[in-house]
Ligand binder design. Structure first.
Ligand code: GDP
Ligand code: IMO
Ligand code: MG
Length: 434
């Protein structure tokens, strides 16, 4: 059975959670491979909303396994709470349903304090992080001094590492003018307890996945954030600290790249961005406010209002390229109902220069303004639509134009937040393995 990767094709919050939940029906295993609880993935089933931050969005399907891969940074307290909440609601009845990589790095309380203290220091130039300690944890990973899930399970090793890392974090926090009033013994005890809570799930996830593939199971990889937030390929430095692109599904889970059979990008029918950074198709006026209101564009993790704008096909074409997208799923088409005209950013203007591909230089990108093509809107409500030919003609024309300009086919269209409010044009699991 094929393995499918789902990633965000914009700046995050594209509706990955919704699609992963929907596609889990066809898969056996859902895998998170990067990011941490900076992610907020919303799943709505029968009107009931669940927001997942660390556990893959397949968890609402009993019998489907969910894996948190080595590439994820795990806040053990958040994970323990997420597990408890799901159990209280009748999900995750069988502990075998969740696998946590022993090699995943751990977000410690000082990572969060450092994230916040550094952002405060940067003032107007801040990145606008989620404050969840993501950046400092990945820094420690790359600097080869991080703590991993396996360290939480070994009390002596944990005590040694906490002593060493806490002292160094206190020094840096003091330099930043921030205090960190956490007592070492209490912190250690708390993390020993968290290690015990998470121990039943902690496994060699790469080996577990290898065996799943060998036994014919189908994997679904769930990206977090989005392509333009990738640490290498995004709008650096206004990015997150991990690789969000499809290729990292292999690295971040310990399977080989030949296991990735189909790559699907998710994009809104318009665009949003949370936090700082360039965004040429951003709308600063009433149309942007309307998109925010109708689309409910407030962060699923931090509650911050999301910046809003028209769809940007330069960004999408870039996402097609750096992810190798086989198909694009468009979400929130229903939100565009009632707009008299709908715009597509088809190029950028920067002074006298025109661009038809995203410029890689941040300072250039920051000065770019989008050039638009305008299409007529539609007034029909779309929530009840389940077939392509039931969509208003203007909506179909809009989607066809986006697909043509982005250079990718549209494989699904979402017309509401609920699992069922979807038009599936091509099932990514119905393709042969590579
Ligand atoms: P993710 O981070 O990519 O999983 O996306 P988020 O959950 O952060 O944000 C997407 C939001 O849009 C959530 O509130 C979803 O419930 C909602 N959503 C997803 N698809 C649709 C859709 O087609 N229409 C509408 N109106 N809402 C949607
Ligand atoms: P999902 O998975 C949207 C943004 C933050 C900030 C930048 C760096 O729900 O799509 P970080 O805390 O990662 O160091 O912040 O990245 N960001 C997201 N924006 N959706 C997300 O996740 C995001 N995760 C991080 O707003 O600009
Ligand atoms: Mg989100």
């Amino acid at each position: 059975m094929p393995n499918v990767v789902v990633i965000g094709a914009q700046w995050g919050d594209e509706g990955k959670g919704k699609f992963v939940d929907l596609l889990t029906q066809q898969a056996d295993v859902v895998v998170r491979f990067q990011g941490g609880n900076n992610a907020g993935h919303t799943v709505v089933v029968g009107g009931e909303k669940t927001v997942l931050h660390l556990i893959p969005s397949g968890i609402l399907h009993p019998g489907k396994a969910c894996v948190i891969g080595n590439g994820v940074v795990v806040d053990p307290e958040v994970l323990a709470d997420e597990i408890a909440e799901l159990k209280a609601r009748g999900f995750l009845k069988d502990d075998e349903q969740l696998v946590l990589s022993l090699d995943a790095h751990v977000i410690m309380p000082w990572h969060k304090a450092l994230d916040i203290a550094r952002e405060n220091r940067m003032g107007a130039g801040k990145i606008g992080t989620t404050g969840r300690g993501i950046g400092p944890t990945y820094e420690d990973k790359v600097a080869r001094r991080g703590l991993r899930i396996r360290d939480l399970l070994d009390e002596a090793r944990l005590a040694r590492k906490v002593k060493e890392r806490l002292a160094s974090a206190r020094e840096e926090l003091a330099r930043l003018g921030a205090s960190f009033d956490v007592e070492e013994a209490a912190l250690l005890k708390k993390h020993i307890d968290l290690g015990r809570t998470l121990a039943p799930y902690a496994k060699d996830a790469s080996l577990w996945l290898h065996r799943a593939i060998k036994s014919g199971k189908s994997l679904l990889f769930e990206g977090a954030q989005g392509t333009l937030l990738d640490v290498d390929h995004g709008t650096y430095p206004f990015v997150t600290s991990s690789n969000t692109v499809a290729g990292n599904a292999a690295c971040g889970s310990g399977v080989g790249p030949t296991a990735l059979d189909r790559i699907i990008g998710i994009s809104k029918a318009y665009s949003t961005r949370v936090g700082s950074g360039p965004y040429p198709s951003e709308l600063m006026e009433a149309t942007g406010d309307r998109l925010r209101q109708v689309g409910g564009e407030y962060g699923a993790t931090t509650g911050r209002p999301r910046r809003t704008g028209w769809i940007d096909v330069l960004a999408l074409r870039y996402a097609v390229r750096v992810n190798g997208l086989d198909g694009l799923a468009i979400t929130k088409l229903d939100v565009l109902t009632g707009f008299p005209e709908i715009k597509i950013a088809i190029g950028y203007k920067c002074g006298e220069r025109n661009f038809d591909e995203m410029p890689s230089d941040l300072e250039t990108l920051e000065r770019c303004e989008a050039v638009y093509e305008t299409l007529p809107g539609w007034t029909e409500k779309l929530e009840g639509v389940r077939r392509w030919d039931e969509l208003p003609k203007a909506a179909r024309t809009y989607l066809e134009r986006v697909a043509q300009l982005a250079g990718v086919k549209i494989v699904a269209v979402s017309v509401g937040a609920d699992r069922g409010e979807t038009i599936v044009l091509e099932n990514p699991f119905q393709v042969p393995r590579r």
